[in-house]
Structures are given as structure tokens and as C-alpha cells.
Write a protein that binds this ligand. Structure first.
Ligand code: CTP
Ligand code: CA
Length: 223
């Protein structure tokens, strides 16, 4: 099997993919975000579309071209990303690769905040919605829900706890102490209800191809 094969294995499947960072405004010129490049999520969207899937790529701001045959929906905040994902339901699968900001400023100033003689402002934060957990428990739940996890220690046990807590079917867990954000390669543990596989180190496009093949196999079994 070629790792760069396309095909028609996912024709008729609608798949939501989230990718990139979210951006949470503080005021009109400032925000909270993270260093997600979007590379892994875009590669996955492209690999699924190359197999015939109807891919809805819900993307935070990134500087990447939209992969061929992918329908891209641009969002900024976690709230917008969640609403855009729910608007794509019903879907056959959801693959959450986005680095969603865990928190957002409790209030957004409508004017640019100015320096004053007083103490610097204190940012008060509130938790963002968990999009992966929402898609795992929604009434029109996709048959296959997949998450990613970045951990720095106890990879296997943190990842298994995260998979159960989120309620997703598969979780790909990455040791970010060895493969930091923005790198070209990834090495993951692949966790399902049937156990854990350790996948070898590979490029992000190669990981996308391998995951896409697993998605094809999942929907073949369902027929
Ligand atoms: N995720 C999400 N919405 C959030 C946070 C995370 O959809 N608000 C998804 C990510 O896209 C990823 C998975 O959940 O697929 C795991 O993200 P991660 O940040 O590792 O998990 P958290 O539950 O936020 O836990 P942590 O405290 O370790 O950051
Ligand atoms: Ca998080």
C-alpha cells in the first residue's frame, strides 16, 4: 500500500476537521492565542479529501493553503469554532486537531486599553467550551470522534484518562517534550477502546495518511 494513495474509500462521508489555534480577543488590538501551525490538521483534511470525503475544515487563523477539494470555514474564537462545527452536523466523523485556547478573557474591552498611572490591568479568564467533548456527546454524534493530545509526561496514562474524559473513540497522543509545537514530525500513541498502538516517528503528512487509512477501514467495517 502506498502511503500517498488517494482513492474513493471515503466517498459519501462528511468529516469535520478542526485545525489551527483559536484567538481570544482582549481588546480591539490584543488577543490570547498559541503557536499551533495548523500543519497536522490541514494534512489530515487533505488526506481525507483525497479519499473522497466531504471535508469541512473548521480553521483558526493560519497561513496555509486550503487543501484541494476541502471546504474551509474560517473562525477565530473557540465559541465560533464550536458553533461552526455544530452547524456542519450531521457528520460521519469529527477529527479535532485544533489547539483550542483553554481560556478566554471574561470581558472584551470595546476600546483599546490604555496605560495609566495605576497598576497594570488584571486579566480575568473563563474556560472555553470543549469542542471535542461537545461533539462526543451531542445528540447527532458522529459515528467516529477523534481527538489529539499534547502531553509532557506520563503519556500513556494521561492520554487514556483524556480519551475517557472527552468521550471520544480514538485519541492520538503526542509527547511534546520530544516533539515540540511547530515541528515537521510527529510521534504518537494511538489509543482506542481496544488498546494502545505506538506509531513510529513520521512526518505530519505521513501521519495524516496513516490516520486516513484507519478512517477508511473504520467505515468499511460499518458497511
Ligand atoms: N479540545 C477542544 N476544545 C477545547 C480544548 C481541547 O476541542 N476547549 C480538543 C483538542 O482539539 C484536542 C483535544 O481536545 O483534540 C485535547 O486537547 P488538550 O488541550 O490536550 O486537552 P484539554 O482537555 O484542554 O486538557 P489540558 O488541560 O491537558 O490542556
Ligand atoms: Ca488544552
Amino acid at each position: 500500500r502506498s502511503t500517498l494513495s488517494g482513492g474513493t474509500g471515503l466517498r459519501g462521508c462528511r468529516i469535520i476537521v478542526t485545525a489551527g489555534p483559536t484567538v481570544e480577543p482582549i481588546d480591539p488590538v490584543r488577543f490570547i492565542s498559541n503557536h499551533s501551525s495548523g500543519l497536522q490538521g490541514y494534512a489530515i483534511a487533505g488526506a481525507l479529501a483525497a479519499r473522497g470525503a466531504d471535508v469541512r475544515l473548521v480553521s483558526g487563523p493560519v497561513f496555509l493553503p486550503t487543501p484541494p477539494s476541502v471546504q474551509r470555514i474560517d473562525v477565530r474564537t473557540a465559541e465560533e469554532m464550536k458553533a461552526a462545527c455544530l452547524a456542519q452536523l450531521p457528520a460521519d466523523a469529527a477529527i479535532c486537531v485544533a489547539a483550542v485556547s483553554d481560556w478566554r478573557p471574561e470581558t472584551v474591552s470595546s476600546r483599546k486599553m490604555k496605560k495609566t498611572a495605576e497598576a497594570p490591568p488584571v486579566l480575568s479568564l473563563r474556560e472555553n467550551p470543549d469542542i471535542l467533548a461537545t461533539l462526543s456527546h451531542v445528540a447527532k454524534r458522529p459515528a467516529l470522534v477523534v481527538g489529539f493530545a499534547a502531553e509532557t509526561d506520563d503519556l500513556q496514562s494521561h492520554a487514556e484518562q483524556k480519551r475517557r474524559r472527552k468521550g471520544c473513540d480514538w485519541l492520538l497522543a503526542n509527547d511534546v517534550s520530544r516533539h515540540p509545537f511547530g515541528g515537521q514530525k510527529n510521534q504518537v500513541l494511538f489509543l482506542t477502546e481496544n488498546g494502545t498502538e505506538s506509531w513510529p516517528e513520521m512526518t505530519k503528512p505521513a501521519l495524516a495518511e496513516q490516520l486516513a487509512e484507519r478512517v477508511v477501514a473504520f467505515f468499511q467495517k460499518q458497511d
